[in-house]
Design a protein around this ligand. Structure first.
Ligand SMILES: Nc1ncnc2c1ncn2[C@@H]1O[C@H](COP(=O)(O)OP(=O)(O)OP(=O)(O)O)[C@@H](O)[C@H]1O
Length: 270
């Protein structure tokens, strides 16, 4: 369990990135933090592995205040996937995936074996192991990033816009892959995105942020769509948009879903 208790982060230049933010994240859940640029998402995520320390308030993991935990040790125990993958360009894929294992003192042969298994897990062919990150597609690089984060078997996975830089089709594939992995692994995932569709697809719960890390709504996707807290949320999730306003119609004996413009978007299965 991760708990933010009244955390504030102000930077020396006076910017208050997050003010009095509280949130409890239960274990084995995927929480999507979504908000526009500058709403404090990255700041909050980085508080969990102490890449950012709050100026006030506390962050607890399993009831322990992480301010008392050595930051390097903490970072090695928590998976972290960044937008651009953050891979080491002059190290092979295999060495990238094995990097934290080696830092944690695992023997070379064992770490390489574990790294290959992780590559299998995330759907990367073993033939990629000897390549360098620059020789991979954007989607493959993100898979390497996920494999590397998962290799030390962390309980917590932090993901900061991990699929933001890939095209929509690959993005969808990577989202599916993450859903599949999560069903298998049951990690506690904190996922940052500015894309509400992605948040709804991946999050068991979604936290919609306003600037300053103010929580506009924290709920399940279904609850947010059916019961938006206010106009800000309504606008953010686009519940007034034509593609969200679905109606059904029966054609050729089947029930199809149409958006507000009458465009068919799917079939209702009985
Ligand atoms: N080192 C820093 N010094 C001063 N201000 C900062 C610093 N880092 C972040 N900020 C400010 O804090 C606020 C929140 O930034 P943060 O990166 O957490 O937002 P975000 O929601 O992740 O944005 P994005 O989606 O653009 O990444 C912004 O106004 C940003 O300019």
């Amino acid at each position: 369990m991760i708990e933010f208790e009244h955390v504030t982060k102000s930077y020396p230049d006076g910017t208050v990135a997050v003010a009095d933010f509280s949130l409890r994240i239960n274990s084995h859940r995927t929480i999507a933090l979504v908000g526009s640029s500058g709403s404090g998402k990255t700041t909050l995520l980085r508080m969990v592995n102490r890449m950012v320390d709050p100026t006030a308030g506390r962050v607890l993991i399993d009831d322990n205040d992480i301010a008392a935990v050595d930051p390097v040790k903490l970072r090695r125990s928590i998976g972290y996937v960044m937008q651009q993958g953050g891979l080491l360009p002059h190290r092979t894929v295999l060495d990238n995936v094995a990097a934290v294992l080696r830092l944690n003192g695992m023997a070379k042969a064992e770490s390489r074996e574990r790294a290959l298994t992780m590559m299998d897990r995330v759907g990367l062919d073993r033939s990629m192991a000897k390549r360098y990150p620059g020789q991979l597609s954007g989607g493959q690089q993100q898979r390497v990033g996920v494999a590397r984060a998962l290799a030390p078997e962390p309980n917590i996975l932090l993901m900061d816009e991990p699929f933001g830089a890939v095209d929509p089709i690959v993005r969808r594939e990577l989202q599916d892959e993450l859903l599949r992995l999560q069903a298998e692994l049951g990690k506690t995932i904190l996922f940052v995105t500015h894309d509400i569709e992605e948040a709804f697809r991946l999050g068991d719960e979604v936290v919609i942020l306003q600037p300053g890390g103010v929580i506009a709504q924290h709920d399940t996707p279904a609850e947010i769509l059916s019961n938006p807290a206010d106009d800000f949320v309504r606008g953010f999730v686009g519940s007034d948009r034509a593609e969200r306003q679905l109606r059904t119609e029966t054609r050729n004996g089947r029930t199809i879903a149409l958006d507000a413009d009458g465009k068919p978007v799917g079939v209702i299965s009985e």
